[in-house]
Design a protein around this ligand. Structure first.
Ligand code: SAH
Length: 466
């Protein structure tokens, strides 16, 4: 079962702490800082625990634990080295529905203390749910190094300004954008370097400017070919800033999941047969959302400007003066070829690459085959699965060798990636036999044979990957 991450403010709640050694003392420190009124039961306690109790209105029963100690407490923590006592505490608490933590004993816990990086009021909690303390400690160390010490002060300052900013910018989405600019920009830098007055002056100025701005922004972003790790930092940052996410089926669900939790998600479809939303309506939707002040991210599979109709989507925005940004992504040709171990160019085999669209318009391919004759050029067909047979036929008719190697990469870079290989002569049969499903990419040229000579490195999750 997963843990629910919560942050407790105890506000004078009665908390039972069983045990008085160094571990118990460490927990006592945390509990007291969160406002707990501690009741300690233990034959002995450390000096530090003694003074913690004295300073914070706590009490100490100098004896061993007994079951009625849990009466009337809100939370219990057991930190004794006696397993029988620990187990008894756990059972008593369970019987009374009292949340209980037996230190370093996950099966006897209904809640756990994550390890923390403390920049109060900003607190980072790290937990592996008891599975790997080493992993949790590693991340704790990383965060300690990553988060500047002044961040606590910055958070407090932001807290003091909250109301003022709220009044100046009532619109929630715009206000969020404002805070992001402040935290990521020169205002926070000035503040963290100790120039607090200057920071405040700059913030006031930006506050006035923002209060008058109402139009949103559109980010046309390439999300790569599927593996979420292939997104760019910029794509990630904008995804987490956006109020609305528009995506289609080529964008992996794991990527859409990385949007802000409260961001609106709109699926705009685009399966071959199932155009959920016609292109002009997508364009219009982007415009309308931006006009209403939203920051909209339009996620496209691969790269937005490669067979992505990205140009069409921003044309309307440009006409209406809506600010937009375009972020390149790893296109399917790069992603699928790399993960299949097929270098698209190679000194000995291919000096150039050509990307082609293999889909048909009214049953016809729109390709100038006379341009595809050169043996030392790799051809990459997007959207070519249905016309594979015709593609192979045309290439042979235009002088490509019948034994030219061909690869079909299905769901490239994804855990289910599959690579089928053949030649111009037999590829259509291979694909028919293996029942390929989209998205697939077809790569034609001698470079394909390199994968079979040991360059294929990625095997995904399933058997059968090349
Ligand atoms: N803008 C995208 C391409 C959109 S066209 C890009 O730059 O990658 C859609 C076609 O891309 C699909 O029909 C398929 O041919 C190809 N494609 C996209 N993702 C793919 C993947 N993970 N594996 C194989 N082909 C893919």
């Amino acid at each position: 079962m997963d843990y629910l991450p919560v942050s407790l403010r105890l506000q004078d709640a009665p908390v039972l702490l069983v045990g008085g050694g160094t571990v118990a003392t460490r927990k006592a420190r945390l509990l007291v800082a969160a406002g707990a009124r501690l009741k300690v039961v233990a034959p002995d306690i450390t000096d530090e625990l003694g003074s913690l109790l004295k300073d914070n209105n706590g009490s100490w029963q100098q004896r061993v634990y007994q079951s009625d100690d849990v009466n009337g407490v809100d939370i219990t923590v057991a930190a004794t080295s006696n397993e029988t006592v620990n187990k008894q505490v756990y059972q008593d608490c369970r019987a009374d529905n009292i949340p209980v933590n037996v230190v370093d004993n996950p099966p006897l816990c209904t809640f756990i203390f994550p390890s923390i990086v403390d920049r109060s009021p900003l607190v980072f909690a790290i937990s592996s749910g008891g599975t790997s303390p080493v992993l949790a400690r590693l991340w704790r160390r990383k965060l300690e190094q990553m988060v500047p010490a002044g961040y606590g002060r910055l958070a407090r300052w932001a807290g003091e300004l909250r109301e003022r900013v709220k009044e100046a910018i009532p619109e929630e989405d715009i206000r969020r954008g404002f805070w992001e600019t402040i935290i990521n920009g020169p205002v926070a830098n000035l503040f963290l370097s100790g120039k607090e007055n200057e920071a405040e002056r700059l913030l006031t100025q930006q506050l006035e400017e923002t209060g008058t701005q109402a139009v949103g922004e559109v980010y046309l972003v390439g999300a790569g070919p599927g593996d979420p790790d292939l997104m760019t930092f910029k794509a990630m940052r904008l995804l987490q800033a956006a109020d609305v996410v528009l995506y289609d089926r080529l964008v992996a669900p794991a990527i859409v999941d990385m949007a802000r939790r409260d961001a609106e998600r709109i699926y705009v479809g685009k399966r071959r047969a199932e155009h959920s939303l016609p292109q002009d309506q997508i364009n219009q939707l982007l415009l309308d959302l931006a006009l209403s002040g939203k920051r909209v991210i339009r996620l496209k599979g691969g790269d937005p400007f490669i067979f992505g109709r990205g140009g069409e989507e921003i044309e309307l925005l440009a006409q209406h003066g809506i600010p937009f940004q375009v972020v390149p992504g790893i296109t399917a040709a790069s992603g699928a070829a790399c993960y299949a171990g097929i270098p698209l160019t190679h000194r000995d085999y291919a000096q150039s690459v050509r990307m082609l669209a293999g889909h048909t318009k009214q049953g016809k391919l729109n390709i100038d085959w006379s341009q595809c004759e050169a043996e030392n050029e790799t051809l990459v067909f997007y959207m070519g699965l249905l016309s594979l047979e015709e593609i192979c036929r045309q290439l042979r008719a235009h002088g490509r060798r019948a034994d030219t190697p061909v690869a079909l990469v299905e769901k490239g870079t994804q855990p289910e990636q599959r690579v089928l290989t053949g030649t111009l002569e037999n590829m259509a049969e291979v694909v028919k036999r293996e029942e390929a499903h989209g998205p697939t990419l077809i790569i034609v040229g001698d470079v394909v044979s390199l994968a079979e000579r040991g360059l294929a490195w990625f095997s995904g999750e399933q058997e059968g990957g090349a």
